[in-house]
Design a protein around this ligand. Structure first.
Ligand SMILES: *Cc1c(COP(=O)(O)O)cnc(C)c1O
Length: 367
């Protein structure tokens, strides 16, 4: 099966004698004891099973685990490590997960944050307790690219696990397991949900053995699981994911080029641009460059805020990956210790007509 077919048909679990074309939502929290029954919804549920099966197929993994948020999925990986373990994470890691490591796992796990665009920094940070390398590429919000294949080579020869946050790329454009990673993480809140109305997360594994058994235990005993309704919504959204991603990437590529040529824009961050410092690595490991871009407005934070206030079709809001375009000045959200430039705007390019988006940006920048 090809990607578009997997997205529509993989995973579906239909046992209803009426043979509906779409899997119904099973709200029951408990199931009659019988061979193969899910027993209890924290442990499993037919809608979660369908979601996990399609996610595993999309990422070319053996199994998947769905969570109630992306952060809960990340937390399950961290919780499955032995206390005292050392993690290497990107210095521009998604700030919510960075905060999790620094605050919740303080005193439990040791973390070194490095610039992962240079793999030598990772090799230098490895010590005898290093158990996990956490990769995020493209990164949020600077769209930095790290070389998944080379990072996995370094990790594999030292028996260190690699987990890759694949939220920005989606399984449509990048499959880290095929590049050597052990685990893939998604905030399904973003492109997989695609309509800004579901919060969720997922992990997909290359092998069901080893650390995965502990991760599944954390999922089922810890209980940060999505509801049957959320699982249903996600499997429904995933059916259109390949076509949505084609649209997001096409629009983002054209908007990135437009912004790069604009006199009121200092710098554009988009891995599809030839001017991106890691464009060749991106082109080697991604089949498309995604729908996220950032740009620096000439001037100060005030000038950037003024652009946001003039826009009509880009909602000033956090998050990303929905059909509607969103824009945000990340430094304002990330707090005083952020390294994100103050005049940088992050854009989640939506699926409105491209001409409307371009016209809107043009008028907002020219005012
Ligand atoms: C949003 C996001 C997360 C966290 O996911 P939630 O669903 O908000 O918990 C993790 N990584 C990246 C790259 C994200 O964009």
């Amino acid at each position: 099966m090809k990607l578009e077919t997997i997205a529509i048909h993989a995973g579906t679990v239909i046992e209803d004698k009426n043979r509906p074309a779409v899997q119904p939502i099973t709200l029951s929290t408990t199931f009659e004891h019988a061979e193969g029954s899910p027993v209890y919804s924290r442990a499993n549920n037919p809608n979660r099973l369908a979601l996990e099966q399609v996610l595993a197929k999309l990422e070319h993994g053996e199994a998947a685990a769905a969570f109630s948020s992306g952060n809960a999925a990340g937390m399950a990986v961290f919780q499955s490590l032995n206390p005292g373990s050392h993690i290497i994470a990107p210095d521009d890691m998604y700030h919510g997960l960075r905060s999790l490591l620094l605050n919740v796992f303080k005193g439990i796990l040791e973390v070194t944050f490095v610039d992962m665009t240079n793999v030598n920094n990772i090799a230098d940070a490895i010590n005898s307790k290093t158990a996990l390398i956490w990769v995020e590429t493209p990164s949020n919000p600077l769209l930095q690219i790290s070389d998944i294949r080379r990072i996995c080579e370094i990790a594999n020869e030292r028996h260190i696990k690699v987990a890759c946050d694949n939220t920005f790329a989606t399984p449509v454009f990048q499959n880290p397991l095929l590049l050597g990673a052990d685990f893939v993480m998604h905030s399904t809140t973003k492109y997989l949900g695609g309509h800004s109305d579901i919060l969720g997360g997922a992990l997909i594994t290359k092998s069901k053995e080893g650390l995965w058994e502990r991760i599944k235990m954390v999922q089922q005993v810890g209980g940060a699981v999505p509801s049957p309704f959320d699982c249903y919504m996600l499997t429904r959204s995933i059916k259109t994911l390949p076509y949505r991603m084609k649209g997001h990437a096409e629009h983002a590529g054209i908007i990135a080029t437009f912004l790069q040529q604009h006199t009121k824009v200092d710098k554009v961050y988009y891995p599809g641009l030839l001017s991106h410092p890691n464009h060749l690595t991106a082109a080697a490991q991604m089949s498309g460059f995604g729908g996220m871009l950032s740009f620096e407005v000439s001037g100060t934070a005030k000038d950037a805020d003024r652009v946001i206030s003039k826009l009509n079709f880009f909602t000033h809001a956090t998050s990303l990956g929905g059909v509607e375009s969103l824009i945000e000045r990340r430094a304002a959200v990330e707090g005083p210790d952020t390294k994100t430039p103050q005049n940088l705007l992050r854009v989640s390019v939506g699926l409105e007509h491209l001409d409307d988006l371009l016209e809107d940006l043009e008028q907002a920048l020219d005012k």
